[in-house]
Design a protein around this ligand. Structure first.
Ligand code: 2M8
Length: 460
């Protein structure tokens, strides 16, 4: 359904129409055709978008996702829609066979067996902030629902802090490119070592939806992705077993930085819902360990934070958005913060002279692995800009945050609600009507309202 505002071409109306168009009743498809299920970090951003339409609906998005939480605390990266035929997306829930894990929910679990960056607490805090403008009844309903979600989010963060970081390094170990930024060149070397064994036959669905296959991973990489899934299944998705002899283990700095920011948000939610001092102490400890871990991944030569390949004990020196990870929770060390901001503004990122808009390319145009049309290998992604924008704002860097927000809004106003964008021409690529793109646009637009209210309050 296209509402009146959408017909008039107003950006907020168009964003609302994308979100409501993908609404499947209490949860939202990540994209209408390419991604017809609920994705974990997509749904967190989507909740942020919904908060501007209906804060309670926003939390229902989270509740539906958390209803499929694994018993070990993991939030699966996909919750499959039981009504959608398995063939609509590959790999479907049958292929994941998550029931092999003793931790998966009962019945056919209808989930994948991986996870994604924990944006959820950040989203829940945002819903609470937005709900402050709603009436008392809505605020209380939001508080009540946050109180119910709190222990589940704590268990999720505990899973990441313990099962995914047995070394207590403060850095989360990922098991698959799908846990981070899919076919980012960050994973190239680790992936190149994977030699697929006897793989059950499969048919890709993604390339059928995205007309141009060069925007998506290659078939050789897909074979490796699918082989890793087979290995995870053989390990019954057991973290101890996986960490012993599974071939793809990477300390992901961006994932880890989001966890630090999410723990900071969870502390605040804890205050809202009256959580115990005990849980607060645990979260504070996770934040300290996480900050330390990020600090140890700092590379003085590239002046970026680097992922770490656990299997071969080596840094991953690729220049991508992930190198800016400490900006997400905010960098305390002043020298490093200055270095990171210089990097952000430099020709490696937003300062590249040929960019259509000064937003963050997923891979630096100056890195040899850069490909402007290929998925996470160069295009800009609105959610990445949003996460960095939020970090800048929280550090009080209003001018930089505003420049990024305005550029990002111009991108969507001119190019639409694509999944990702060619950084030089601005062309929208991947799926049209991507939910999380619409969601962050709604949040950015709300900032205008907030600013004008603050300005008039100050002026009066
Ligand atoms: C992309 O990942 C899925 C697999 O999970 C795919 O390529 O089929 C990634 O961009 C991922 O980060 C995102 O959550 C998902 C849905 O938007 O699509």
């Amino acid at each position: 359904m296209v509402d009146r505002a959408a017909r008039e071409g107003d950006l907020a109306g168009r964003a609302r129409a994308v979100l409501t168009g993908n609404d499947a009743g209490g949860w939202t498809k990540a994209a209408p055709n390419l991604y017809p299920h609920q994705w974990s970090w997509d749904s967190a951003f989507i909740a942020i978008g919904w908060s501007h339409l209906d804060p309670v609906r926003a939390l229902r998005e989270m509740e539906r996702l958390f209803a499929r939480q694994w018993r070990n605390g993991m939030i699966p990266h996909i919750v499959f829609d039981e009504q959608t035929p398995p063939g609509a997306y590959f790999p479907d829930y049958l292929r994941w066979d998550a029931g092999r894990s003793g931790h998966a929910p009962d019945g056919p679990p209808y989930t994948s067996g991986l996870c994604q960056p924990p944006v959820h607490a950040i989203a829940m805090l945002r819903v609470w902030e937005v709900a402050q403008d709603a009436d008392e009844q809505v605020r209380e309903e939001v508080r009540k629902r946050l109180g119910r979600l709190y222990p589940a989010v704590l268990a999720w963060h505990r899973y990441l802090a313990v099962a995914r970081d047995p070394e207590r390094s403060g850095l989360v170990t990922i098991y698959h490119p799908w846990e981070g930024a899919d076919n980012s060149p960050r994973w190239d070397k680790a992936l190149a070592r994977i030699v697929p064994g006897d793989l059950p036959p499969y048919q890709r669905r993604d390339v059928g939806h995205v007309g141009d296959p060069s925007q998506r991973p290659t078939n050789a990489d897909y074979d490796r992705y699918m082989w890793l899934v087979e290995l995870l299944k053989r390990h019954r998705y057991d973290d101890h077993a996986i960490q012993k002899d599974y071939p793809f283990l990477v300390k992901d700095v961006f994932f880890s930085a989001i966890l630090v920011a999410a723990n900071t948000a969870l502390l605040r939610i804890g205050e809202v819902v009256g959580a115990t001092d005990e849980s607060r102490g645990v979260i504070e400890e996770w934040i300290a360990v996480g900050r330390r871990g990020l600090g140890q991944r700092w590379d003085d030569r590239l002046r970026l934070c680097l992922d770490y390949d656990v299997r071969i004990a080596a840094d991953i020196p690729v220049v991508t958005f992930a190198g800016l990870a400490p900006l997400v929770p905010g960098e305390d060390d002043e020298q490093r913060r200055t270095a990171l901001l210089c990097r952000l503004d430099s020709p490696d990122f937003t300062g590249h002279s040929a960019l259509r808009w000064p937003v963050v390319p997923s891979t630096s145009p100056n890195d040899p692995s850069f490909e402007p049309r290929n998925y996470w290998r160069g295009p800009s992604w609105p959610i990445i800009d949003w996460v960095i924008w939020r970090g800048l704002k929280m550090q009080g860097d209003d001018a930089r945050a505003e420049r990024l927000r305005h550029a990002a809004l111009r991108r969507t106003a001119e190019a639409g609600f694509g999944e990702y964008f060619e950084p030089f021409t601005g062309e929208a690529l991947g799926s049209p009507d991507q939910s999380w793109t619409a969601a962050v646009v709604l949040d950015w637009l709300a900032e205008d309202r907030h600013r004008s209210v603050t300005a008039s309050a100050v002026g009066s």
